[in-house]
Design a protein around this ligand. Structure first.
Ligand SMILES: Nc1ncnc2c1ncn2[C@@H]1O[C@H](COP(=O)(O)OP(=O)(O)OP(=O)(O)O)[C@@H](O)[C@H]1O
Length: 308
């Protein structure tokens, strides 16, 4: 668990983060969103003391972060940034090994960990381990950046726009991979993003920031259906809200008994995709593999939850 307790940062008397309190439970993902300059990066960096808070405290479990030497704290907390920040003259394997080495792991253990992470991120160690970062694609470099941040099995991972530079297809894949790996490892994750879709897709909770203040901290469905302020509503995008709400659940959630013609769709299909299929193909219901149907009426009723 990580708890931010009345955290503020002032530069020359001006608050860029103002009195922010929030708790991220162990194994959950919190996504920080907000306009440029709203204080997201500053807030994130106060967690690992790359920026020292002016007021307030950061609790990592029962430990007050202010009581740990910053360099020791940063070995416990993974940190991945846009543009990955890999050392260009060290191989992929050496990059991943940096924190385990600082922590004094045995070489055999480090080597096994490099292979394990590379496989987890779909990078064949036999091919990529001894390459320099420039001999990898941007998406691969980004994955190495995240693997490196996870190398020492941190309880907490901080990510600042980690997928900002990736094209939309690779980005979607990277998000899926991150979510799967995070679930598997049980890591607590705080991620800064400009992208509301990404926040909705990844966040168990979304923190919306504006001018240094936290406007709302709630699960995506609540941010979509009950935005706390007009600003949150605008950021979520009134026109897209029904679709974003539908993207949160799968067909399984609305499956009902019945039969419908056509090729059955997978129960893991998102409600958003199911609605698109109904509309494009002019159908009132779709069959679901394994039995049952999902109806256009049920999809519309669910989407209307967003505009209430
Ligand atoms: N070291 C610093 N000295 C003075 N002002 C700073 C410093 N670091 C950040 N700021 C100011 O604090 C405000 C918040 O910056 P921050 O980078 O936290 O915002 P952000 O929400 O992450 O923005 P972006 O999405 O553009 O990265 C900005 O107005 C920025 O200019």
């Amino acid at each position: 668990m990580i708890r931010l307790d009345h955290l503020s940062k002032l530069y020359s008397g001006r608050a860029v983060v103002e009195d922010v309190s929030l708790t991220v439970e162990t194994g959950q993902i919190a996504a920080l969103v907000g306009t440029s300059g709203s204080g997201k990066t500053t807030l994130l960096r106060m967690i690992n003391r790359l920026v020292e808070p002016t007021k307030g405290r950061v609790w990592i479990g029962d430990t007050d972060a202010a009581k740990i030497e910053p360099h020791l704290l940063r070995r416990r907390i993974g940190y991945a940034i846009q543009g990955h920040g890999l050392f260009p003259h060290r191989t992929v394997g050496e990059n991943i090994a940096i924190v385990p080495r600082l922590l004094g792991w045995r070489e055999a253990e480090i080597s096994a960990r490099i292979d394990e992470l590379m496989q987890l991120f779909d990078l064949d160690p036999a091919v990529y381990r001894d390459r320099l970062p420039h001999a990898l694609s941007g998406g691969q470099q980004q994955r190495v950046g995240v693997a490196r941040a996870l190398a020492a099995r941190p309880e907490l991972l901080l990510m600042d726009e980690p997928f900002g530079a990736l094209d939309p297809v690779i980005r979607a894949k990277a998000q899926d991979d991150l979510r799967a790996i995070q679930r598997q490892l049980g890591t607590t994750l705080v991620i800064v993003t400009h992208d509301m879709e990404e926040a909705i897709q990844l966040g168990d909770r979304i923190a919306v920031m504006d001018k240094g203040r936290l406007l709302q901290f709630a699960p995506p469905s609540e941010i979509l259906t009950a935005p706390a302020t007009p600003f949150v509503e605008a950021l979520v995008g009134a026109a897209e809200r029904p679709f974003r709400l539908l993207s949160l659940s799968t067909v399984d959630a609305l499956r009902e008994p019945g039969e419908a013609p056509g090729t059955p769709i997978n129960p893991d299909t998102s409600l958003r995709e199911a609605l698109a299929l109904c509309l494009w193909e002019g159908r009132a219901a779709l069959p679901v593999s394994g039995g049952g149907i999902v109806t256009l009426a049920a999809l519309q009723a669910r989407a209307e939850g967003a505009s209430r």
